[in-house]
Design a protein around this ligand. Structure first.
Ligand code: UD1
Ligand code: CA
Length: 474
C-alpha cells in the first residue's frame, strides 16, 4: 500500500461581500489575529504534509499575510470559476502525483474551530472507511447555512444551500458546518463529475459529498459538540459575536489559571498575550499583541497595552502603552502614554499626564507629572520635576538627552537635546538646560527673552519654516 498522506485545505478565496469592507473578510481580526490566522494555526497544528490556503479575492493582501506568518504553506490561486467546490479542485490539482490519503477542508471564516474536533473527525473517518465525513451543528437560527438532509433512517443524503432550499428544507435546523474530511481519490473524481446547476451558479463543495455518496461510498455527518466551534463569519454582526465568545473563553481560561478579572465583559485579551498567576485585571483593560504581565501586577481600569513586557507587582492605571518594558514594582499612570522604546526600571514611576518615547528610565527613577520624555536615558533614583520637557526635536533631527543618577531636576525645565546632566546634579525651576551640567552642580538659567532676528532663514534654510519666514518678511 502506498503511503497515506494528510493535507489541509483552508478556503479563503471568497469575496466576503457581506462584510462590506475594503479589508478582505478573512483578514478581519478576532482576539488580535486575522480569522485566517486562526484557521491556519489550527491547520498547521494538525501536522499535515500540506497546508493549502486557497486565495483569489484581494490575493496580494492575503499572500502577504500568509508568507509572513506561514511561509511553509502551499498557496493556491483559485481561477475565475466560482464556488467552494472549484476552490478545492484548484487546490488538489496542485497536489503531487503520488498523493493519496485524507484531505481536510476548513474555511478561513470559521475561526473558532479547534484541532481536537478535526482530529476526532479524522479518526472516525479513517476507522469507518467513509468516503467523506463532514461536521454538522444544530442551530436555533440556521439562516444562511446549508441544511443537512437525512433520510428516514437518519443517514446523510444531501446538503441544500439556503438559496436552493424548498420551504420545507429551510425548516431543517441541522446545518453543514463547512468542515470536511475527504478521501483524496474519491474527492478528485467527484469534483470532476459535479456541475454548477444551482441558484448561485457556483461549483459547490457540498455537491461533491453527495456525488461521493452516489458513487457508493459512505458519507457521514458528525454533530459537533459545541456550536461555537463552527460559527461562520459572513458579516460584522457575526464577527462581533464570535469575537465576544472567543474573548469570554480567553478570560475564563486566564481566570482558571489564577488571574482575577473583575469585569470580563469589558476586558479584552488577545490570544497572543500571556499572564502570570495573581495578576488582577480591572475593567476596561485591553492586552494586545505579544504582551506579558508578571505575577502580582494590577492593570486597569482603562488600560490599553500592546506588545509590552510587564514585570511583577507593577501597577498601571488609565494609560496607553505600546512596545515597552516595565520592570518589577514600577507604577504607571493614571493618564500616561508610553510609546515604543520606553523601558521603566524596577520601582520606577511614570506618572500623571506623562508621555514617553524611546526613553530608558533607570531603577527607582521617577517622572511623576506633566512631562514629555523623548529620546532619553535617565540613570537610577533620579527625579524629574513636574512639567519637564525633553526637547528632542530641533525641527529637522531628533537628539538624545542623558541624565545621570540621583539627579533632581526642578519644575518646568526644558532639556534641549543633545545635552547631558551628570550624576548628583540639580537644576533650578524654570531652567532651560542647553549646556551640559557637571556632577554636583546646580544649573539655572534666568534670562530676559531675546529674539534672534533671521535665525530660521540662516540656520534652517530650505525648510517649510524658512519659506514661511521668507514669505512673511517679503
Ligand atoms: C458554506 C457552505 C454551507 C455551509 C457554510 C458553513 C458551500 C456551497 N456552502 O456556505 O453549506 O453551511 O459554508 O459556514 O460550500 N470560498 C472560496 N472560493 C469561492 C467561494 C468561497 O475559497 O469561490 C471560501 C470563502 O472565502 C469562505 C469559504 O469558502 O472562507 C466559504 O464560503 P462562503 O461564501 O462563506 O460560504 P457560505 O455561504 O458560508
Ligand atoms: Ca461562510
Amino acid at each position: 500500500m502506498s503511503e497515506q498522506h494528510l493535507a489541509v485545505i483552508v478556503l479563503a478565496a471568497g469575496e466576503g461581500t457581506r462584510m462590506r469592507s475594503s479589508t478582505p473578510k478573512v483578514l478581519h481580526e478576532i482576539a488580535g489575529l486575522p480569522m485566517l490566522g486562526h484557521a491556519l494555526a489550527t491547520a498547521t497544528a494538525l501536522g499535515a504534509q500540506r497546508v493549502v490556503p486557497v486565495i483569489r479575492h484581494e490575493k496580494d493582501k492575503l499572500e502577504a499575510y500568509i508568507n509572513a506568518f506561514y511561509p511553509q504553506a502551499h498557496i493556491v490561486h483559485q481561477d475565475e470559476i466560482p464556488g467552494t467546490g472549484r476552490a478545492v479542485e484548484c487546490a488538489i490539482n496542485a497536489f503531487p502525483e503520488d498523493f493519496s490519503g485524507a484531505v481536510v477542508v476548513t474555511s478561513g471564516d470559521v475561526p473558532l474551530l479547534d484541532v481536537q474536533t478535526i482530529e476526532s473527525m479524522i479518526d472516525v473517518h479513517l476507522s469507518t472507511g467513509a468516503g467523506a465525513t463532514l461536521l454538522s451543528a444544530t442551530f436555533d437560527n440556521p439562516t444562511g447555512y446549508g441544511r443537512i438532509v437525512r433520510d428516514d433512517s437518519g443517514s446523510f443524503r444531501s446538503i441544500v444551500e439556503e438559496r436552493d432550499a424548498t420551504e420545507e428544507e429551510r425548516e431543517i435546523t441541522e446545518v453543514n458546518a463547512g468542515v470536511y474530511v475527504f478521501d483524496f481519490k474519491l474527492l478528485k473524481s467527484a469534483l470532476v463529475a459535479i456541475g454548477s446547476h444551482n441558484a448561485a451558479g457556483e461549483k459547490y463543495l457540498t455537491d461533491a459529498a453527495v456525488e461521493i455518496l452516489k458513487s457508493g461510498s459512505e458519507v457521514q455527518a458528525l454533530e459537533v459538540s459545541d456550536n461555537w466551534l463552527v460559527a461562520g463569519v459572513n458579516n460584522r454582526v457575526q464577527l462581533q459575536e464570535v469575537s465576544a465568545e472567543l474573548n469570554r473563553r480567553i478570560c475564563q481560561g486566564w481566570m482558571l489559571a489564577g488571574v482575577t478579572i473583575t469585569h470580563p465583559e469589558t476586558t479584552f485579551i488577545d490570544i497572543t498575550a500571556a499572564l502570570a498567576e495573581d495578576v488582577t485585571l480591572l475593567p476596561g483593560t485591553h492586552l494586545k499583541g505579544i504582551t506579558r504581565i508578571g505575577s502580582g501586577s494590577t492593570i486597569g481600569p482603562e488600560v490599553v497595552i500592546t506588545d509590552t513586557q510587564v514585570g511583577s507587582n507593577v501597577s498601571i492605571t488609565k494609560s496607553q502603552i505600546a512596545g515597552s518594558v516595565i520592570d518589577d514594582e514600577a507604577t504607571v499612570g493614571p493618564f500616561s502614554y508610553l510609546r515604543p522604546g520606553t523601558h521603566l526600571g524596577a520601582g520606577g514611576k511614570i506618572g500623571t499626564f506623562v508621555e514617553t518615547k524611546n526613553a530608558v528610565i533607570g531603577v527607582g527613577s521617577k517622572v511623576p507629572h506633566l512631562s514629555y520624555v523623548g529620546d532619553a536615558t535617565i540613570g537610577e533614583h533620579t527625579n524629574i520635576g513636574a512639567g519637564t520637557i525633553f526637547a528632542n526635536y530641533d525641527g529637522v533631527n531628533k537628539h538624545h538627552t542623558v541624565i545621570g543618577s540621583h539627579v533632581r531636576s526642578g519644575s518646568h525645565n526644558v532639556f534641549v537635546a543633545p545635552v547631558t546632566i551628570a550624576d548628583g546634579s540639580y537644576t533650578a525651576a524654570g531652567t532651560v538646560v542647553r549646556k551640559d551640567v557637571e556632577s554636583g552642580s546646580l544649573a539655572m538659567s534666568v534670562a530676559p527673552q531675546r529674539n534672534l532676528a533671521g535665525w530660521v532663514i540662516a540656520n534652517r534654510p530650505n525648510t517649510a519654516s524658512a519659506d514661511a519666514a521668507n514669505k512673511a518678511t517679503e
